[in-house]
Write a protein that binds this ligand. Structure first.
Ligand SMILES: Nc1ncnc2c1ncn2[C@@H]1O[C@H](COP(=O)(O)OP(=O)(O)OP(=O)(O)O)[C@@H](O)[C@H]1O
Length: 305
């Protein structure tokens, strides 16, 4: 994984089985603390992400989204269950994973230029074995991919918030991750900048086919970006619903959001969150835009698995 600093890759377990999704989250639970102060944040969370998918995760406040991402990133071991990336159990920060955080101002190094911030992710892992010319090429390609050509020698503090977040995305891309985790990456920028960054992510995903797991509080964003939306329940959270997003590509900030399918899905996700993601207790459910919007809180008869 890459964030602000390179880490030592470490995985155990067998290689990915034929047909196994890129990421498998298998009955993952996590309890903070022990004894009287123990707090269960997540409970038996299971889902899978196929290579090339863009999956967004939403849920009520405090549902454990950040806890889940910490576990997926190998920053924290779950107290129950397992996470497998490319068939290997994640028990430390895995290679092939990059993360983009909400707080770009703390994830970029202010004393390094844009190019050097991006190059930073190549300092360890597979990047360490590359020659200088190849590294420079990857850095430039990543900067170009986020539309920052010409800003290579500027410092983060000379850039707008949206541009700084583009640098953070470029750094993650330079690592050439198989899985990109994004933790509310656009929560700190204005609406117009956010829309531009959303389209940037869609464009990158289309061009590179990188698999993206995108955590957001924003219902519109969760639907607009995703192939699939996973809704978490109230804590201790489980997967309350998975909604497939059959919206056409390329997506458009105005046209896509006017589509009846988009409006229906947005309503379903919003209702699920409002109701704490709880269905009738029969477990996780799945639906798509073809399901009636008002069926979302109950999801009767749409059992997922
Ligand atoms: N290090 C910790 N020690 C103890 N409890 C924690 C810790 N980190 C998080 N929690 C608790 O776990 C629960 C889930 O927190 P988490 O930050 O994962 O949720 P979230 O869905 O990301 O929240 P939000 O929607 O507010 O961003 C919360 O009740 C939180 O107080």
């Amino acid at each position: 994984m890459t964030t602000a600093s390179a880490s030592t890759p470490s995985t155990t377990g067998s290689a990915r089985r034929v047909g196994e999704p890129l990421l498998v989250v298998d009955r993952v639970g996590h309890v903070y603390g022990t004894g009287a102060t123990a707090h269960r944040a997540i409970d038996e969370l299971s889902f899978a992400v196929e290579a090339g998918e863009l999956v967004s995760i939403v849920g009520p406040s405090g549902a454990g989204k950040t806890t889940l991402l910490r576990v997926l990133a190998g920053l924290m071991r779950p107290t129950e269950g397992t996470v497998r990336l490319s068939g290997r159990v994640v028990d430390a920060v895995p290679p092939g994973m990059a993360m983009v955080f909400q707080d770009y101002s703390r994830s970029l190094l202010p004393w390094l230029t844009v190019a050097r911030n991006v190059a930073f992710s190549l300092g360890g892992g597979g990047g360490g074995r590359r020659g200088a010319a190849e590294r420079a090429g990857i850095v430039q390609e990543s900067i170009d991919a986020v539309g920052l050509t010409g800003h290579e020698h500027r410092y983060p503090w000379q850039l707008s918030g949206g541009m700084q977040q583009r640098v953070a995305i470029a750094r993650a891309l330079a690592y050439r991750p198989s899985l990109l985790l994004m933790d509310e990456p656009f929560a700190s920028v204005d609406a117009q900048t956010r829309a531009g960054l959303e389209d940037l992510v869609l464009g990158i995903q289309e061009r590179t086919d990188v698999t993206i797991l995108f955590v957001t509080h924003d219902v519109d964003e969760s639907v607009y970006l995703a192939d699939r939306v996973i809704v978490l329940s109230r804590p201790p959270s489980t997967v309350a619903a998975e909604l497939h997003v059959p919206l056409p590509s390329p997506r458009d900030q105005i046209g896509t959001k006017e589509l009846p399918a988009f409006v229906s899905l947005r309503s379903q996700v919003a209702r699920l969150i409002q109701h704490g993601g709880r269905s009738d207790g029969s477990g996780p459910s799945t639906t798509s835009a073809s399901a009636p919007a008002d069926a979302a809180p109950h999801l009767d008869g749409e059992a997922l698995r």
